[in-house]
Design a protein around this ligand. Structure first.
Ligand code: RTP
Ligand code: MG
Length: 153
């Protein structure tokens, strides 16, 4: 367990097009997580292929890469106690039909592809570091004290 674990999160093109960037950011802020990196971009195809490399052999891989490069995305790095698990829980199940209401996908996702947000998988050890390194240079992530109170991260 780490009080300052960093996790990779990304607003997908469907959510960007629907004006849900602020909603996603707001939910993570409300949970008490700390934003240490954020940008908006059209993801280059090579980077999308690297990002979803674990799914290379799946039948939906090409569609997935097409979709994630179809419009602007917002890659972010958030920090907090067990941040990866926290964010995965807040995001909900991959399939919107299985995502609980109250989770981001449960409240906003349209279908299995257009599911609003990506987050590093807490069950895949190393996914975080790998994904952060794929999308951010070190100097794009900042160190700062959010609060004086020790019990806030
Ligand atoms: P993500 O990586 O995007 O955060 O989603 P996830 O961990 O919840 O799900 P993952 O298994 O990593 O799948 C990545 C994305 O691929 C699409 N998908 N399509 N057609 C299918 O059976 C299928 N399965 C997965 C989803 O858009 C999922 O978010
Ligand atoms: Mg995944």
């Amino acid at each position: 367990m780490s009080d300052h674990e960093r996790t990779f999160v990304m607003v997908k093109p469907d959510a960007f097009a629907r004006g849900l960037v602020g909603e996603v950011v707001s939910r993570l802020e409300d949970r008490g997580l700390k934003l240490v990196g954020i940008k908006v971009e059209n993801m280059p195809r090579e980077r999308a292929e690297e990002h979803y490399g674990e799914h290379e052999d799946k039948p939906f891989y090409d569609d997935l890469v097409d979709f994630i490069t179809s419009g602007p995305v917002v890659p972010m790095v958030w920090e907090g106690q067990d941040a990866t698990r926290q964010v995965r829980q807040m995001i909900g199940e991959t399939d919107p039909l299985e995502a609980e209401p109250g989770t981001i996908r449960g409240d906003y996702a349209l279908d299995l592809g257009r599911n609003v947000v990506h987050a590093a998988d807490h069950e895949d050890e190393g996914a975080n570091e790998r994904e952060i390194a794929i999308h951010f240079d070190d100097d794009e992530l900042i160190d700062y004290d959010q609060h004086d109170a020790e019990w806030l991260y």
